[in-house]
Structure formats: C-alpha cells, structure tokens
Design a protein around this ligand. Structure first.
Ligand code: ATP
Ligand code: MG
Length: 424
C-alpha cells in the first residue's frame, strides 16, 4: 500500500460531524449582518503581495513572519490573504464602491497565516469580517460594536465574553506620542526583551501590548496616548462610549490595546474570553480612516472588525452550547419488502415537496429491520418512519422515536407532512 497523504499542518478538514455547528454559526453571522443592512462581498483568496505590505504594515507580525508568499509562474509576488480588510478595500476601490458613498459590507472565508499551530490558532483559519465605509461619526462605531454584542447573545455566549475598547487617536497624535514613548523606552531599554528593543525603533506602540510580564513591568509610568489627544479625538471616543452606555453594552477601557495592524486610528476594540486558554480574542477591529486613500482611493472613513470562526466553534463546544443544534437528518425512512422499497421513495419525494426544509433520509441498500434501525439511529434522526407490507395496505407508517421517551405510533400517509413539520 502506498503511504497516505496528510493535510498540511495547521490546515484542518471540517468533518461532517462538525459542519452542522459551522453552518449554524455561519447562518447566525449572515442573518445578524443583514439585520443591520450589511451586504456580502466575496474577494479572491490570492492577492498581490504589495496589497498586504502597504496596508497591514511592513513591521507587523503578519507581514514580517506570517504570510504565505510565493512567485506566480510569471514572477509576480502573490500572497494567500492573511486577513480580509485589505482585499475588501482593494475591491471597493477597484469597482468604485467607495467613491462618495456609504457601503456596509461583510465577507466570510479562509485566511492564511504561518503561525505555530495550537488550539485556536491555525495556518488556515476562517474569518467573518464586516466593514462600514463612508461614515466618520462615532455612531457607526457603536452600531458595529452593538452588532457584535448581538452575535454573542444569539450564539448564547454573551456571559463569557468581555468587550475591551481604546482609542488610538489620529496619526498626528500618535506620532507625537510615539516620540514621548520612544524617549521613555530608551531609558528602560535594559529592561526590555529583544523583540521589544527592536520594536521600539520600528513600531514602538506594539511594545505596549507585549505579552512578556517583565516588559509590562518596565512600562509602569509610561506616557499615556490619551494625554496627546486633541478635542476632536476625545469627543469621538466619548461619543462611542456614550452610545455603548445607552445601549447597555458593558466595556472595559484598556489603554494598552493597540492592535497588531498598522492601519487603525481612533476606536479599536476586542472581545476576549477566558474560555479558550491562551487564544482569548474572538473578535477584533476598529476604525481605519486612512486605509482607503493609502490604497489609492479617495479619503474615506471606515470602521470594521473580523472574528475567528474556529474560536467561536471551540467556545460553543467547550461551553456545551451545541446540544440543541439541529442534526443533519431529521427523519429516516425504513423500508421492509420489495413494495415498500419502491413506494417508500415515492412517498419520500412527496413529503420533500410538501415540507421544503425537511432533512429526510430514505434508506438505500436493503437489509432487515435491525440493520436499517441501526442506520437510522446513526444518522442522528429524531424519528424512524417504518414502511412495511401492513403499513402499505393500511396507508399508514409506523413512527418510532429514536430520542426521548415517546410511544411508537401509527400515522396516516397524509398526516406525515404535519409530523415532519413539527421536527424542524
Ligand atoms: P491573535 O492576537 O490571537 O494572534 P490577531 O490580532 O492576530 O489575533 P486579527 O488579525 O485581529 O487577530 O484577526 C481577528 C480574529 O481572527 C482574531 O480575533 C481571532 O479570533 C482570529 N484569528 C486570527 N489569527 C488566527 C489564527 N491563526 N487561527 C485562528 N483564528 C485566528
Ligand atoms: Mg496574530
């Protein structure tokens, strides 16, 4: 036998036993996005490498060490997308969607980052992202954050997540702050690790969110970004907080939250959880008013976020929130004898016509009652619908409940659609 080929490390199959959870999560994401007037956009998975270098920033984890970059056959440098915002802005600019107009867009699909695979961190993972273009005021920041809060309520995980927010101010304010921070860090240089020493010169704000406790200790007494804000930036942030307060959305202001991508300004936020161990961020985003122009469009304010679907699925599973998810099969038809074999499929077709959403599996491959019942049970169906010679003679089926304590019952053919409807 030849050696079996395995999937690439960090790139996972989603097996049939898991896809129903994924589909449930995806359908909630789609529906809630449309509840707020967002429309779907689909972008290619491969883009020019320059797109990500220009948007995410040269001195970021993603661009420095996580991108899957390769040369196309003609020598062009291409990259498997590590995130969606850059592609979304590229598409918006290319098709004139952002010019003098508002857009509310969402996307969902695989992203690729060459990271060390572990629970909640993969090399191919899936994001749902959402971007609002053309609105500079804090109302849209709060509206999008409210949308994320609704997602957690609908998924039943709202008690297990915390919202952290911060403001990064404007580019100019950050530049002034940067000078003060570098001066502070220079004095503490001997207490910093190698990573932070390097970042101090390339991207000093990233030192603030270092995970190293010694670096964090060295940061005590560091200057605060908010001290460098002008009235407009302060007002914007207050506007967001005021609206979150009014909506009853609780949050923690974390002045060390700076995000790993360069394009953010003003509001940034993350939803974090303790339920996932080290990979505690399930959703992150913020305002990026400069990116559209930076990628060649007309200056357009923008606000968005991305969430990791694997981390949501892991959370739902670890919190035992998946028992109530509908199984892949609702009802299973057992056919005993030649007549039933033929008649069973005719009836199944009629019932599928009458109950459009039903997941009705009709047994194929023959076998006795015991074998067919085993299959019915394995399918996850709630009921087995048994059709034998007696049933055909009486124009009825025998219904056996496969879960819970219900008596077996006899149901007339024309009543079966009602029975099936009740299962959905
Ligand atoms: P982290 O700090 O966990 O590396 P990040 O800041 O790199 O996250 P973003 O680029 O903001 O993440 O992506 C948004 C969301 O996508 C994250 O909050 C997370 O839920 C998910 N995500 C990011 N990287 C991965 C990955 N390698 N595997 C699985 N999910 C991921
Ligand atoms: Mg990361």
């Amino acid at each position: 036998m030849s050696k079996t080929i395995q999937a690439i490390r960090g790139m996972n199959d989603c097996l049939p036993s898991e896809t129903n959870v994924w589909q449930m999560v995806e359908s909630v994401l789609r529906r809630v996005a449309s509840n707020y007037g967002f429309a779907e956009i689909r972008m290619p998975i491969v883009e020019s490498t320059a797109l990500f270098k220009r948007s995410i920033g040269e001195v970021t984890d993603i661009v420095e060490k996580e991108m899957y970059t390769f040369d196309d056959r003609n020598g062009d440098s291409l990259t498997l997308r590590p995130e969606g915002t850059a592609s979304c802005v590229r598409a918006g600019n290319q098709h004139g969607l952002l010019y003098n107009q508002e857009q509310r867009l969402w996307y969902m699909g695989p992203m690729f980052r060459h990271e060390r695979p572990q629970k909640g961190r993969y090399r191919q993972f899936h994001q749902f992202g959402l971007e609002a273009f053309g609105i500079a005021s804090p109302d849209i920041d709060a509206e999008v954050i409210s949308l994320t809060a609704r997602l957690w309520r609908e998924l039943g995980i709202n008690e297990f997540v915390t919202l952290e927010i911060n403001s990064l101010g404007s580019n100019e304010e950050r530049a002034n702050y940067r000078d003060a921070l570098v001066a502070f860090l220079t004095e503490k240089e001997d207490q910093l690790d190698e990573d932070s020493k390097r970042r101090m010169h390339t991207n000093p704000l990233r030192v603030l969110d270092s995970k190293n406790p010694e670096v964090q200790a060295a940061l005590t007494g560091a200057p605060k970004l908010s001290d460098y804000f002008n009235a407009e930036s302060l007002e914007h942030f207050e506007g967001v907080c005021q609206r979150l307060d009014a909506a009853g959305i609780e949050y923690v202001i974390n002045d060390k939250l700076v995000r790993g991508l360069d394009y953010y300004n003003r509001t940034v936020f993350e939803w974090v959880t303790d339920s996932l161990g080290a990979q505690g961020t399930i959703c992150a985003g913020g305002r990026y008013d400069g990116l559209v122009e930076q990628l060649g469009g007309k200056a357009t304010p923008a606000f968005g976020f991305a969430l990791g679907i694997e981390r949501l699925v892991l959370m739902l599973t670890s919190l035992d929130k998946i028992q109530n998810i509908r199984p892949q099969v609702d009802a299973y038809i057992i056919k005993l004898g030649e007549q039933a074999d033929i008649q069973g499929n005719v009836l199944a077709e009629q019932w599928r016509d009458q109950v459009r959403e039903i997941r009705l599996q009709s047994h194929c491959g023959g076998g006795n009652m015991k074998k067919q019942m085993k299959r019915a049970d394995k399918s996850g169906a709630q009921i087995a619908i048994i059709l034998g010679e007696d049933e055909i003679a009486n124009q009825t089926v025998t219904v056996k409940y496969l879960r819970g304590q219900h008596e077996q019952q006899s149901v007339a053919f024309d009543q079966v659609p009602n029975l099936l409807t009740a299962l959905i």
